[in-house]
Ligand binder design. Sequence first.
Ligand code: HEC
Length: 113
Amino acid sequence: MNKFRLLVAILFALPLLLVAEISLAGGDAANGEKLAATCAACHGADGNSTLDMNPILAGQYEDYLVHALKGYRSGERENAIMAGFAAALSDQDIKDLAAWFSSQESELKSLDL
Ligand code: HEC
């Protein structure tokens, strides 16, 4: 392989590597669904909480959910209930949970607000 061909091969391979990197950075919704069993009692299995005191997570922006959970974990967001649940989560758990809840359809959309 001459240098030119090698360069062309690298140029073609680069975007593939970048795409792989981006998909790794996101959460795994299937694993998030499993982890969400812990959250279901309050937020609903798919994030559509039926009690006003527990926020609806379904359809929420993924990065908002990540930010909120990291906030509870660090104590930046103060809430005794969520601090306890967030403390047990790794960064990857948080990404996976966010991917799961954000991919669910929010029942809020069907409300006439
Ligand atoms: C015992 C009930 C309970 C359980 C179980 C629970 N939560 Fe919560 N969650 C709450 C309450 C109450 C709030 C609102 C707290 C506040 O006012 O900041 C909340 C808030 C949140 C928020 C912020 C939502 C927003 O709109 O800002 C996220 C994200 C969240 N919970 C994710 C989870 C995840 C993920 C789990 C499971 C690992 C979980 N929760 C388990 C009760 C619960």
